[in-house]
Design a protein around this ligand. Structure first.
Ligand code: FE2
Ligand code: FE2
Length: 276
């Protein structure tokens, strides 16, 4: 079976997608309309108080660079843009699923968002907030496996233990596809823009991305750094190897690495104290 066929077979077995609040579905249609305003979106999100409180907390978190300064949803849209807000709303919605069973993954995702933002800004890349949001969502496929394919999830976990392999290798063994591929399918189902979907799809094989190579590389690098710093958990004890091409592509070979690592360390410390 080809990967595409395997993915199709798996997604057929998924009876229910993680349930997203209706507000999120409405938001998806709304952001596609050319004349939607920040006010319209603000009004929609404010109709779900729990969600809007979580979104405000996330946009005020250390990785967006406006800690504690964004007071309303419409203000956050003006500062961060529709794509970031859409990604944040999705993260806040799936967070509940992660919180119950996957605290380690949520911390890993937050950590990756922080490190991606720090690297993106350090390298002077454009739209570091979007890069952070892509990082926040990069392992979303794992949530789907946990929530919608729970038998397979248990099998994957026992393969990790019995073979001492990575979570991703165990996924490939059990499912035939990995969480990046599942995440990519999910991103399409949820109508995520390519600038967020591509880092999800290619974060383990950044060389193969044909678009947005720089942000894919940053998310890929951040993913490993966060693991190396021991923040959160990715389902196994490994720090995945960083692609040398990705490293060079964004110019990591030319930065003052000890200085950047110090900055990353202190930014990650802030996340340690951060709870949703
Ligand atoms: Fe991953
Ligand atoms: Fe990851």
């Amino acid at each position: 079976m080809s990967k595409a066929q395997q993915l199709k077979a798996i997604t057929k077995r998924i009876q229910s997608l993680p349930t997203l609040p209706q507000v999120v579905q409405k938001l998806t249609t709304m952001v596609e309309s050319p004349d939607v305003t920040a006010k319209d979106i603000g009004r929609l999100l404010n109709s779900d108080q729990v969600l809007s409180a979580k979104v405000l907390k996330l946009v005020n978190s250390p990785f967006y660079g406006f800690p504690g300064r964004i007071s309303s949803i419409s203000h956050s849209i003006i500062l961060l843009g529709f794509n970031v807000i859409k990604g944040v709303v999705l993260s806040a919605s799936v967070f509940d699923l992660m919180e119950q069973s996957m605290v380690g993954l949520w911390e890993h995702s937050l950590g990756s968002a922080v490190v991606s933002g720090t690297i993106g800004r350090h390298l002077g890349l454009s739209e570091p907030e979007e890069i952070s949001t892509g990082a926040l969502l990069h392992d979303i496929g794992k949530v789907l496996v946990r929530v919608s394919l729970s038998d397979d999830y248990e099998k994957i976990k026992s393969v990790v233990l019995s073979k001492g392999c990575s979570f991703r290798d165990a996924e490939l063994e059990v499912l035939g596809v990995d969480h990046a591929e599942i995440g990519s399918w999910l991103a399409e189902e949820w109508g995520l823009p390519e600038r967020l979907a591509i880092p999800i799809s290619f974060h383990h094989e950044p060389e193969t991305a044909v678009k947005f190579k720089d942000r894919v590389a940053v998310v890929h690098i951040a993913d490993s750094i966060v693991r190396a710093f021991g923040v959160g958990s990715g389902g196994d004890a490994f720090v995945s190897r960083i692609s040398p091409q990705a490293w060079e592509l964004v110019g990591m070979d030319r930065v003052d690495l000890p200085l950047l690592m110090k900055k990353i360390y202190s930014d990650l410390e802030e996340v340690d104290n951060y709870q949703l």
